[in-house]
Design a protein around this ligand. Structure first.
Ligand SMILES: C[S@@+](CC[C@H](N)C(=O)[O-])C[C@H]1O[C@@H](n2cnc3c(N)ncnc32)[C@H](O)[C@@H]1O
Length: 258
């Protein structure tokens, strides 16, 4: 579990231009936990937990991990956003983008290649700075996080005009199925609530969801607020992983109350 830095806020952005290296040794925050035996062996498995050994073996044999390294992306998650964008045309030049759960930063990295107007991100973990992105280190589930992000989005007019809210938020799994499920649902709901507060009409929302997609009440809320709501499973999302993405496009605007 990431160290809880409740209410801690740090800004990053502006200095390093270093390409990818191994930003984190931790696992992928509950991103995907299916494990297959692979042909490449982990050489020094002694003293390591079986789960860590299997994770490491999977990493060593994952073509997307290799491709991410070759392209200088901070993680294989980059390919999920690339695929989602190819299919749904989400990233546009000049766009104002909010990246929820940014670390280690590959979605921000991909978004930056499309020349956005602004990228504002948040993660409970530190993110190595990118020139052109404003990323804060803070728990998105803390009471004041949405307001902090809104203050950052405010261009002085008080109007929220984000074009895209993308959430790859994933809580670390505890191993307790129900707890993990509830924590994941809470993150997705918080991301969706935030999106409908900050998007401009026509804006889009992407969110990682688990276990067969979004909950019914969330789907109803999104269907009410957006023209189209789809589920998608990018190829880069491992087979057998419960992970998929929800893509909602064509936000109707905040006057559209149920
Ligand atoms: C799958 S990773 C995101 C990968 C990222 N999209 C990328 O491309 O590099 C999920 C992230 O969600 C973050 N996260 C989970 N719970 C959070 C919370 N309550 N507040 C902020 N970040 C959180 C984790 O720290 C983790 O970095």
């Amino acid at each position: 579990m990431a160290k809880n830095k409740d209410n801690k806020r740090k800004m990053s952005g502006g200095k390093s231009t270093e390409p990818a290296r191994s930003w984190r040794k931790q696992n992928t925050k509950g991103e995907e936990d299916n494990t297959r035996l692979m042909d490449e062996r982990v050489k020094t498995a002694r003293g390591r937990k079986i789960s860590s050994t299997l994770w490491l073996r999977r990493q060593l044999n994952d073509p997307y991990v290799k491709k991410a390294k070759a392209k200088g992306y901070r993680s294989r998650a980059a390919f999920k956003l690339i695929e989602l964008d190819e299919k749904f045309k989400l990233l546009k030049p000049g766009a104002i983008i909010v990246d929820l759960g940014s670390a280690p930063g590959s979605w921000t990295q991909i978004a930056l290649t499309t020349k956005p107007g602004r990228i504002i991100g948040i993660d409970i973990l530190p993110v190595e700075p990118f020139p052109g992105a404003e990323i804060i280190e803070m728990d998105f589930m803390s009471n004041d996080a949405p307001q902090v992000l809104m203050n950052m989005l405010d261009d002085g007019t008080g109007l929220m005009r984000a074009d895209l809210v993308m959430s790859d938020l994933a809580a670390n799994t505890t191993g307790h199925r129900q707890t993990d499920h509830l924590r994941t649902v809470a993150l997705v709901e918080a991301a969706a609530d935030f999106a409908v507060q900050v998007l401009r009409p026509g804006g889009a929302f992407i969110s990682k969801v688990f276990q067969g997609g979004a909950q019914l009440n969330l789907l109803n809320m999104l269907n009410h607020n957006f023209q189209t709501v789809r589920h998608a499973k990018p190829k880069a999302s491992r087979d057998g992983s419960p992970e998929m993405y929800l893509v909602a496009k064509g936000f109707h605007g905040r006057s559209n109350k149920p």
